[in-house]
Write a protein that binds this ligand. Structure first.
Ligand SMILES: Cc1cc2nc3c(=O)[nH]c(=O)nc-3n(C[C@H](O)[C@H](O)[C@H](O)COP(=O)(O)OP(=O)(O)OC[C@H]3O[C@@H](n4cnc5c(N)ncnc54)[C@H](O)[C@@H]3O)c2cc1C
Length: 499
């Protein structure tokens, strides 16, 4: 064969081969690998599955979702604990009445909600603030009858008002302002955000992440007594930290102490389980991802099971602060430390003498503590009352509670469980945010948003935005040409394709 004929033949073969590769790559489903099966990972799977249908229709390019979970269960920080024959929320517990994603998931999955705790004999309105030596404030129990409830509510309102005055109303206004801004994330025509800063600025929430809660509340005209007492006990309970957390984390924390709070009956983890189930994602339990390598047009994920997965998109849905995943090329994140919270569950009876009371005295169902050096716990609350002297309690603390202390705190203790949670970021202002996009290709990080606030709902809101970001970038690359070529070529200017 003449040399020119051989060259022509080889060129034609190469062209043919490249067109085969091109068309097969185009008809391949978009394989999206999600690391973490908490609410961030599961809701991202849900939104990708749901929004993906409309993004790529009518010749819908299917999305294939793989979820990797290092534990043997889904839900992450939404988990239950069994103690004394009953099951309780051990991590993320309360949801706000305006947590619309969580509400939608609950109804989509036909789950039931629970609000009041009256059935368990627990009095939600009965609390005391303990400074290590005495109760600086105590409300009264509401009782069972309608009349006693009304009287107690009135009494407690007057008690709070006498101590904190109009500052209480200013506090409510502050929380309301944050909530109204946050509600913008449910607006239909909102943009897709490529960074946390952009997302927060758009809703008018960014400035709240740059100053402390104390500074924000001082400016809002709250008395220093309210800030150092009621506000402080709330941030200690919700984030294990004091009022030096950011104004946004603080406002979110205060919103979590209002009325109408709810949980999923039987455990919030069912949100993650149901969402994953609904998306037909392939779930890999007990499979920890140890490395993620960018190979140009795909990522290689390697797991502790010594498996290797090739994924077009890699989505990190877990905080990277204490998780060791080896990224190649390496990713650089702003330093963020984790606030550990110890949740200790005890079935028994709290000792009134620990609080300087006579053995027959009653202790409020929630004892919340002030920011006093050496105070060993943030709160003790009753989860269930079996009888007057047999209850299940939950204690939050920043450090483990020793057996010795538990023996002083409880006069009776039949069962104890302690969980050490890498719970939420340790909030430091001005907050600096990690990127949603860890590289210029398709490596994403939902939990960058946790530096703004860490809740079940904020994880879902961030997950929805990241899902839309992924789909908008995938769809814009699919429109222009070969996916493999485009994935590297899509720059930040192309990101605002709304779905
Ligand atoms: C004690 C406590 C109380 C709380 N109270 C509330 C509350 O009342 N209301 C509220 O809204 N929020 C609350 N929160 C916060 C809320 O639970 C979290 O913000 C939310 O659940 C975070 O979800 P996530 O999916 O982002 O992360 P996670 O739930 O942490 O999920 C990450 C998942 O990734 C897995 N994982 C990690 N690394 C790897 C790897 N390399 N490979 C595979 N899998 C991996 C983990 O095992 C985990 O399952 C609380 C949290 C704690 C700890």
């Amino acid at each position: 064969m003449a040399p020119w004929a051989a060259t022509l033949l080889i060129t034609s073969l190469l062209l043919l081969l490249s067109s085969v590769t091109y068309s097969s790559s185009f008809s391949r489903p978009h394989r999206i690998c999600i690391i973490g099966s908490g609410i961030a990972g599961s809701s991202a799977a849900h939104f990708l599955h749901d929004l993906g249908k409309s993004t790529f229709s009518p010749n819908s390019l299917p999305i294939e979702i793989l979820i990797f979970e290092k534990r043997g269960r889904v839900g992450g920080r939404m988990a239950t604990v069994s103690i004394g024959g009953d099951t309780f929320e051990a991590g993320g517990t309360i949801l706000h009445p305006k947590n619309f994603h969580a509400l939608n998931f609950t109804s989509l999955l036909n789950l039931s909600t629970t609000t009041g705790r009256d059935d368990d004999g627990v009095d939600d309105g009965w609390f005391g603030i303990w400074d290590g030596e005495r109760f600086v404030l105590e409300t009264i129990p509401q009782g069972k009858s309608f009349i006693s409830k009304q009287i107690a509510r009135l009494w407690n309102t007057v008690t709070l008002f006498r101590r904190y005055g109009f500052s209480l109303i200013r506090m409510q206004r502050f929380v309301q302002g944050m909530l109204e801004s946050f509600l913008r994330y449910y607006e239909k025509d909102r943009p897709v955000f490529s960074s946390v800063e952009e997302m927060l600025k758009w809703a008018g929430l960014y400035s709240l992440t740059q100053r402390t809660l104390r500074e924000e509340l001082d400016d809002a005209g709250l008395s220093s007594l309210l800030i150092s007492e009621l506000v402080t006990v709330i941030t200690r309970i919700n984030y294990g930290q004091d009022v030096s957390i950011s104004g946004l984390a603080g406002a979110v924390s205060l919103a979590g102490s209002g009325g109408g709070l709810w949980s999923v009956e039987g455990g919030n983890w069912q949100l993650a389980a149901g969402l994953i189930n609904n998306t037909n994602a392939s779930l890999h339990l007990h499979e920890e991802i140890v490395s993620v390598s960018n190979h140009g047009d795909y990522y290689e994920l390697n797991s502790t099971q010594e498996n290797s997965y090739h994924c077009e998109v890699a989505l990190v849905a877990t905080p990277l602060d204490e998780v060791r995943i080896n990224f190649s090329p390496p990713v650089t994140l702003p330093k963020r430390s984790t606030q550990h919270t110890y949740a200790t569950f005890v079935r028994g009876f709290l000792n009134p003498e620990y609080f300087g009371l006579s053995p027959s005295s009653e202790i409020p169902d929630l004892v919340a503590t002030l920011e006093v050096k050496g105070l060993p716990f943030s709160s003790v609350s009753v989860l269930k009352r079996y009888s007057d002297k047999d209850k299940t309690y939950k204690i939050f603390s920043r450090a483990p509670i020793s057996d010795e202390l538990l023996d002083k705190l409880f006069s009776v203790r039949s069962d104890t469980r302690m969980i050490n949670w890498p719970a939420y970021p340790h909030y430091v202002v001005p907050e600096v945010f990690a990127p949603f996009m860890l590289d210029q290709s398709h490596l994403y990080y939902i939990n960058a948003f946790e530096s703004a606030a860490s809740t079940i709902e904020t994880s879902a809101v961030a997950a929805e935005n990241v899902a839309r970001l992924i789909l908008s970038r995938l769809s814009s690359s699919a429109h222009v040409g070969s996916r493999s070529g485009e994935l590297q070529g899509v720059g930040p200017e192309n990101l605002h394709v709304d779905l």
